[in-house]
Design a protein around this ligand. Structure first.
Ligand code: PLP
Length: 397
């Protein structure tokens, strides 16, 4: 078989390997506490399910416009304009089958081979995969622990910018660290973007998953809307991860290119699901609010127990459904200095299944601390309590 050379440059999400290992461990009769995948064990709000059924019965089962149905594009433009303080119209929106497709399409639209792209590491692994797959040069930047949350390694961003640097990926409200940019960080980034003529992929997958305060979009800073493409997804807010619906939102010229890529890839996103998500955006919001209440309770339970474990230190982020505790002390206490050995030991001894820092990119030069990532979107509070108490017993034994 002669697989094309370019496939060697395509990465993957290694968290799925952790899933497979956890499943194999469970099949042997072991109890598993699934903290490894950012999927949700919460059922989609009833009004959205009903709207999808109604749309199917009404015959919304054929192809629809490549950029999405006008009703959804208009509704989403109004919703995002209000939450972002930026004036978007339907012309600024190309509906996608999920949030993820915006990543590859952004690079296809704006990156030439050899262009340099700054991207977060630890970060969502698809950025690096898509940059390298499409012939770009991926330049990682990291995060440092601040007093209340992780902070951008601004020095790494500034140091790496060259005349060949064309694009920046910013995942504010970040997976896996849950980092949220301060206003000072956003302003400094905006200066760099202006000075170096960069375009930005703003991955806002978790913009609406927050427990207090208000999310601020990088696109709302002066002059940034015309340089930013937002990755929007319905997945988390409405618990529709498997339904697959999202959008690319940005300047019309770029959105037109992305819509042309839609024609070449999937033709259109699922027709009746687009009708259902109009109901999601405009209908009763009590269930999405309940989803946030559920997630907040899970966060607090997990953070309290993690911080009671010797050698473990976790922030209490106000957004996303991830925790990225520092486990350097716990690993030292157990005499383990290998990430995968630590992860397997945790799974075998406590049933707690997690990802490590290495599932979000290669460790950067000079990294001395160790981190694991726990997603609490797919596990109930009682199981969080039970699992993390077992983890505590193991790590302190
Ligand atoms: N971006 C980030 C940072 C994510 O964590 C995810 C999903 O976990 C996505 C994008 C993709 O979202 P979707 O499932 O809607 O494709």
């Amino acid at each position: 078989m002669r697989i094309a050379d370019r496939i060697k440059r395509l990465g993957t999400e290694t968290a799925f390997v952790v899933s497979a290992e956890a499943a194999a461990f469970a099949v042997k009769g072991n109890k598993v506490y699934p903290f490894h995948l950012g999927d949700m064990n919460i059922i989609t709000p009833g009004n959205i399910i009903e709207a999808a059924t109604r749309a199917m019965k009404d015959g919304k089962t054929g192809y629809c416009p490549n950029a999405g149905i006008p009703g959804l594009r208009e509704t989403l433009a109004a919703d995002v304009s209000a939450s972002h303080g930026v004036a978007y119209t339907m012309e600024n929106i190309a509906i996608q089958p999920g949030g993820k497709p915006t990543i590859g399409k952004f690079f296809l639209a704006l990156m030439n081979p050899g262009d340099e792209v700054l991207y977060p590491n630890p970060g969502y692994p698809i950025y690096e995969s898509q940059i390298e797959f499409h012939g770009g040069t991926a330049l990682p930047y990291g995060y440092n622990e601040g007093p209340e949350n992780f902070l951008l390694d601004m020095e790494a961003i500034e140091r790496q910018i060259t005349p060949r640097t064309k694009l920046l990926v910013l995942n504010d409200l970040q997976n896996p660290t849950s980092a949220e940019c301060t206003m000072a960080e956003l302003e400094r980034l905006a200066e760099l973007v202006r000075d170096h003529d960069l375009y930005v992929l703003c991955d806002e997958a978790y913009f609406d998953i927050r427990y207090s305060g208000k999310s601020v979009s990088f696109a709302s800073l002066p002059g940034m809307a015309e340089r930013c493409v937002l990755l929007y997804t319905f997945s988390k807010k409405f618990a529709v991860t498997g339904w697959r619906l999202g959008a690319a939102i940005g300047p019309k010229e770029i959105i037109d290119v992305i819509a042309k890529l839609n024609v070449n890839d999937e033709s259109c996103s699922n027709h009746f699901i687009q009708h259902a998500l109009i109901e999601g955006l405009t209908g009763d919001q009590s269930e999405p609010r309940k989803i946030l209440e559920t997630l907040k309770k899970r966060r607090d339970t997990a953070v309290d127990i993690l911080n009671s474990i010797e050698g473990v230190r976790s922030f209490r982020p106000e957004a996303t459904f991830y925790l990225f505790p520092n486990v350097t002390g716990a690993m030292k206490n157990k005499g383990i200095n290998d990430y995968d050995q630590f992860r397997r030991a945790i799974l075998e001894k406590s049933g707690v299944s997690v990802c490590t820092r290495l599932h979000f990119g290669r460790a950067l030069e000079g990294e001395t601390n160790y981190y694991i990532r726990l997603a609490y979107s797919g596990i109930d509070t009682t199981e969080i309590e039970e699992g993390l108490h077992k983890l505590k017993v193991f790590l302190e034994s």
